[in-house]
Each structure stands twice: as structure tokens, then as C-alpha cells.
Design a protein around this ligand. Structure first.
Ligand SMILES: Cc1cc2nc3c(=O)[nH]c(=O)nc-3n(C[C@H](O)[C@H](O)[C@H](O)COP(=O)(O)O)c2cc1C
Length: 179
């Protein structure tokens, strides 16, 4: 019996999840978006408060949303972007959990995605027409992966020295920091 007999595909998905920033012009089927939103809805949250709402942005509004962050080309290129709105009872950890579930659900459906920081909070709130007390710091750009474009982007990043992950020994300690 292998160590991860229960769900090897799931473990592989976890290890293999990479951001996608280049998308084709193929549309996201309404059922696909519904499945992503369902995964978002079922995310666990602190005290089950579910302090989030989701805004699906597409078409002309993508450019306006992209203007609310500094590295937002994936939003401009996306087929749709899911704005992760934190309600007054929400917290950033829960928003992070939703983000990961959205990305994993997208991957399970054959879609690519990329989390995006909206650095300009006031601009994001204005474009998304958020009520008082609501905020949106992160959005997930989603679409069908454009393999060739993605390969080019990855090569450029690798040439710039951005790749891989830190070695496990640099990250994990036993009993205390440095142990
Ligand atoms: C909180 C958060 C914010 C991010 N913001 C951006 C962003 O604004 N623009 C962008 O292109 N990528 C953004 N990313 C994607 C990261 O750059 C990416 O997760 C990281 O480089 C790992 O890439 P990989 O999945 O290809 O290994 C963000 C990721 C996280 C987790």
C-alpha cells in the first residue's frame, strides 16, 4: 500500500498547482464558474462566519479592476476574474483559504488561475461598488490555460531567477526555531 493510497490525485494536484497567467479566448462555461463558486462557498472559515462574498468580473470591467493593482496583467488577460470580497465579519486568513480552494477547483476543471493583489483598495472598492466596511484585497484571474504563452512567461521568470521552492530544511524546525 502506498503512503497516499487514499487520494494520490489530490496530493499530486496540491504539489502541482502553479499559477497560470496566460489564457486563451475560450469562454468559461457557466457550469464551470458555478462549480468554482460552490467550492468557494464550502470553504471553512473562522467560527464558520463565512465573511466573504464573490464578484465575478468579466468583459469591459476587467481593465478597470486591473487598474486597482500593480501587477495585474493576468486580470486583463483573464476570461473572468473572481474578486474575493471580505465582509465586515471576515478575516484575511479565511480569504486565503477561499483563494486556494478557488484555484484548486479551477485546476480540477482544467482551468488555470492566478491570485492577484489589488494594492489600491479605494480603487478596488469603487470599481466593485462595495458597501461601507467591505473590502477586496485579492482577486483570482481565471481562464483556459494558453500553454505557449504560459511557457514564454515562465521562461522569462526563470531567466530572472524566480523558480522553485525553498529546501524543506530551511523551512521546518522541530520543537523550537532552529531545532
Ligand atoms: C497573496 C498572493 C498575491 C499575489 N499577487 C500577485 C499579483 O499581484 N500578480 C501576479 O502576477 N501574481 C501574484 N501572485 C502569484 C505569485 O507570484 C505566485 O503564487 C508565486 O510566484 C508562485 O508561482 P507558481 O505557482 O508558478 O510556483 C500572488 C500570489 C499570492 C499567494
Amino acid at each position: 500500500m502506498s503512503l497516499i493510497d487514499n487520494s494520490p490525485e489530490m496530493y499530486e494536484r496540491l504539489l502541482g498547482l502553479r499559477v497560470v497567467r496566460a489564457f486563451t479566448e475560450d469562454l468559461i462555461a457557466p457550469e464551470q464558474m458555478a462549480a468554482i463558486l460552490e467550492a468557494a462557498r464550502w470553504t471553512g472559515s473562522s467560527k464558520n462566519r463565512q465573511g466573504w462574498e464573490f464578484i465575478v468580473v468579466d468583459g469591459d470591467r476587467l481593465a478597470a479592476l486591473a487598474a486597482a493593482g500593480d501587477f495585474t496583467d493576468p486580470i486583463r488577460n483573464s476570461t473572468a476574474t473572481l474578486a474575493l470580497v471580505q465582509t465586515p465579519e471576515g478575516n484575511p486568513f479565511d480569504i486565503g483559504r477561499v483563494a486556494q480552494n478557488v484555484m484548486l477547483a479551477a485546476a480540477a476543471l482544467g482551468l488555470g488561475s492566478c491570485p492577484i493583489t489589488l494594492h489600491h483598495q479605494d480603487a478596488a472598492a469603487e470599481v466593485l461598488e462595495l458597501p461601507e466596511g467591505f473590502s477586496c484585497q485579492y482577486a483570482i484571474a481565471i481562464g483556459h490555460p494558453f500553454e505557449e504563452g504560459e511557457k514564454r512567461l515562465r521562461e522569462a521568470r526563470r531567466a530572472g531567477g524566480m523558480r522553485g521552492r525553498k529546501p524543506i530544511d530551511d523551512l521546518v524546525h522541530r520543537q523550537h526555531h532552529g531545532g
